[in-house]
Design a protein around this ligand. Structure first.
Ligand code: SAH
Length: 323
């Protein structure tokens, strides 16, 4: 499944109305601008040190472009580092963000200065493992291939010790998801924040765990599809377990805030004032600006399912929006 998603992103730009799905920065410039102001405010209260801006999985580069424009108004003009594996999306990012450096992984990011790191819908795209409760205990779910058909099967048993105690006695059929890849990246970044200073903002759809549930989903042309169909041709993602990521960051000595629901966070950062200013500048677009704001903020759209988790170096000020 990991290889399927790498192949998917490597070969296309999946974002926007003509693609497979739409993300928050593609809905409205307000999203990236407020993320940029979050970073600029933190940088200002940290005493305006020399910093680098990092984005993980920047898609088309829209969030970075909007954030950098807002940061520049606050006199923050950091060097930009984009962690991206897809050649197709690197080309799209280069068209929107002048003078960035690209990285295949977080390992090659600069190690000498504080980092302000942003990740929107990056962690949901990383590979997961599913553990399934069978009649005789927990097993890892594997994918079998029969001719051209892929399907989930129960694989070898896993020791009970790897299942969080409150979930061990779940009913047969229960599924537990883990993402060792996501945990490893958060730990590596938290270690850097502790050593170098700075902060990380994880924005994604997800929940506070530990929780059971099969959340693996495939999206193609704005519709849900069977995740076992057409490997490499549809977007695969799974809900982010914010509790596990927060614990991973704390285990490295970093401080965490949240998660806070996206709607609440955007209101705290000032989306209403920004929407009003944009509507004053473009009265002909007032209705669509209001609709975009509702899509980002409302609980029945993205406002509740999507969340912001902030991680910072000890001694750094509390990031805006988190409490
Ligand atoms: N942040 C963007 C795009 C989200 S889609 C937005 O909000 O619009 C997921 C992004 O993560 C894509 O840019 C994809 O190519 C990238 N990506 C997925 N897996 C990755 C990995 N293992 N390493 C680096 N980038 C990855």
């Amino acid at each position: 499944m990991a290889a399927a998603n790498a192949q998917y992103y490597a070969t296309r730009d999946p974002l926007g109305r003509a693609g497979d799905f739409v993300t928050a920065p593609e809905i409205s410039q307000m999203f990236g601008e407020l993320v940029g102001l979050w970073a600029a405010d933190l940088w200002d209260r940290a005493g305006r040190p020399d910093v680098d801006l990092v984005e993980l999985g920047p898609g088309r580069g829209t969030l970075a472009a909007d954030a950098l424009r807002a940061m520049a108004k606050a006199r923050l003009r950091p060097p930009v580092h984009l962690v991206e594996t897809s050649p197709a999306l690197r080309a799209a990012q280069a068209a929107r963000v002048a003078a960035a450096s690209w990285h295949d992984t977080v390992d090659t990011l600069p190690a000498d200065r504080p980092l302000l790191i942003v990740a929107n819908e990056f962690f949901d795209a990383l590979p997961i493992r599913q553990l399934i409760r069978a009649g005789d205990g927990w097993r890892e779910r594997l994918v079998a291939c029969q001719d051209t058909l892929f399907l989930p099967i129960a694989g070898p048993p896993v020791p009970d010790a790897v299942i969080p105690a409150p979930l061990r006695d779940a009913a047969p059929g229960a599924v537990l998801e883990v993402s060792p890849a996501a945990v490893a990246i958060v730990r590596a970044l938290a270690r850097r924040l502790v050593a170098q200073g700075g902060a990380l903002l994880v924005i994604d759809y997800g929940h506070e765990g530990p929780a059971l549930g099969d959340t693996l989903q495939a999206v193609r042309a704005h519709r849900y599809a069977n995740p076992y169909d057409l490997p490499g041709e549809q977007d695969l993602s799974a809900q982010v377990d914010f509790t596990t990521l927060a614990a991973a960051a704390q285990s490295e000595g970093a401080t965490v805030w949240g998660p806070v629901e996206q709607g609440e966070w955007l209101v705290r950062l000032g989306i209403d004032a920004r929407a009003a200013a944009l509507a004053r500048a473009r009265p002909d677009r007032a209705e669509s600006i209001a609709a975009d704001r509702m899509r980002l903020v409302n609980a029945d759209a993205m406002g509740r399912l999507f969340k912001m988790l902030a991680v910072a170096a000890p001694g750094w000020p509390a990031p805006a929006g988190s409490g």
